[in-house]
Design a protein around this ligand. Structure first.
Ligand code: AMP
Ligand code: ZN
Length: 466
């Protein structure tokens, strides 16, 4: 079965296929805004898109997929951060880009084939804005900014189904931004020294110097690297409106053709049943979780435990289940990979087809993981008539694990250095029969969220169930 994915524009499941004769599948995924560390909600979106990238490669061939994911390194939030920290924009965005890359690597996400930055594509954005102005889809406002005139694009609202009255299309409003209509959106923002510091570029013809609006960034980077029409555009559900609606308007008016054949939006992650926020104390970065003793692979697993198009309620407990699921999968792999357990058989295995059938059915990751555990049961606890595992089954399990991006070998717990040191001191105290000190150190470990399991010759650290 080809990969079927829900298309947010047509509101139905549609098969994915390259649209051009070269057979290359063109995939654009909106990337992070690099002004702070990405949180695990962001990583839900990126991990889901990584599984999608892997499925596309398995389906069309690794050399027939072109995956672009941008870095938003200039927008209101990045500029706001430079003002707050009084440091140059490039310094801040580099710091958070590096962190994002390190986190993506830890989560075993494949690097996109191209990772353009918005600041690296200013000329292309300016060109697009000039075309939109020439075609009458955009206008210069009194302050030198440029706005997209949504009235000029009859298809506006097609993706989000936003009603015309909600858009408040009116020519009578002259608001503080000097727009013709309140719903028009900025393509180019005129330089404001008090807000923008030294962040500015020469503007489109007739406009002031300034910086691009956020939406045009993705339209220009997608056009430059993938062409006027792409096969798939994706992002988190919050990007559907206005970001993607605006991207369609700009790209289709500028290029005069369909922008994307398929739109995919994954749902948000909640923590403890509610939206994440620092004030609620339920806001986690990957580092926060690693410091609590969880492995990035367990985080990846937990992010795939729910259907990507449904909200996922994340709890620290999910990571305990994820760690144990990974251990189970590792033992499944070890048993299957042991040559003493396999027999000769056909070159291809169809026994794992049910895993891929679930993944190809709107990327139903929980059903696909369920199928994997069912197979484990069937392989490890065979009935008298069950077929024995073959080498092709071993390869099929590897392929399935690769599709999920689950590196089951790397599921070792990360233990913070301070905890390792405490444990070593306690072990030394116990060996020296200084039980009072050993008990006091155990209390410290417990308070820090760790239990120490002693055997005769060694000990093991485990995070306490929270
Ligand atoms: P940002 O860095 O804010 O531009 O967001 C990067 C990606 O993360 C976008 O695709 C967002 O839609 C997505 N995103 C933001 N918050 C969440 C969340 N709580 N759960 C899942 N995805 C999110
Ligand atoms: Zn985007």
């Amino acid at each position: 079965m080809p990969i079927h994915l829900f298309d947010s524009l047509e509101r139905k499941l549609k098969p994915l296929a390259p649209s051009r004769a070269d057979g290359v599948f063109r995939f654009y995924n909106c990337g992070p805004t690099v002004y702070a560390p990405a949180h695990i909600g962001n990583f839900r979106t990126f991990v889901v898109n990584d599984v999608l990238r892997r499925l596309l490669e398995l389906e069309f061939g690794a050399d027939k997929v072109k995956h672009v994911r941008n870095l938003t390194d200039v927008d209101d939030r990045t500029i706001g951060q430079t003002q707050k920290e009084k440091r140059p924009l490039a310094e801040i965005t580099k710091k958070w880009t590096d962190k994002f890359h390190a986190d993506c690597d830890a989560l075993n996400c494949l690097r996109p084939h191209a990772e353009p930055t918005a600041t690296g594509y200013i000329k292309e954005q300016v060109n697009m804005i000039e075309v939109l102005m020439e075609k009458g889809n955009a206008y210069r406002a009194a302050d030198g900014s440029v706005y997209f005139k949504i009235e000029s694009f009859p298809g506006y609202g097609g993706l989000s189904r936003i009603k015309e009255r909600e858009l408040k299309i009116t020519n009578t409003v002259a608001d503080a931004d000097h727009k013709d209509s309140v719903s028009d959106f900025a393509l180019w923002k005129a330089y404001k020294p008090e807000e923008d510091g030294d962040v500015k570029w020469p503007g489109p013809r007739g406009a002031s110097e300034g910086r691009p609006g956020w939406h045009i960034e993705c339209s220009a980077m997608s056009k430059s690297l993938l062409g006027d029409t792409i096969d798939l555009h994706s992002g988190g559900v919050d990007l559907l409106f206005p970001h993607h609606e605006n991207e369609i308007a700009q790209s289709e008016c500028c290029n005069g053709t369909t922008f994307a054949h398929h739109w995919y939006h994954s749902e948000h992650l909640l923590v403890d049943g509610t939206t994440m926020s620092k004030s609620k104390g339920n806001y986690y970065t990957l580092t926060d979780l690693v410091e609590k003793g969880y492995s990035p692979m367990a985080v990846r697993y937990a992010l795939l435990m729910g259907h990507p198009r449904k909200q996922l309620n994340f709890m620290l407990d999910s990571l305990h289940s994820a760690e144990s699921a990974l251990k189970t999968l590792k033992s499944f792999k070890d048993v299957l990979a042991d040559p003493r357990n396999t027999v000769d058989g056909p070159e291809a295995s169809s026994r794992f087809d049910r895993v891929f059938a679930a993944l190809h059915d709107d990327m139903n990751t929980p059903a696909a993981l369920g199928a994997l555990f069912e197979l484990r049961q069937e392989f490890l606890y065979p009935t008298a008539t069950s077929a024995k595992p073959t080498k092709a089954d071993v390869a099929a399990l590897d392929r399935a694990l690769w599709a999920f991006g689950l590196d089951v070998e790397g599921t070792v717990l990360f233990v913070p250095a301070a905890i390792t040191a405490l444990a070593a001191q306690r072990w030394a105290a116990k060996q020296a029969k200084d039980f009072a000190t050993a008990d006091a150190l155990r209390k410290e470990l417990t308070a820090a969220g760790w239990s120490m399991l002693d055997s005769k010759t060694d000990y093991k650290l485990e995070p306490l169930k929270k």
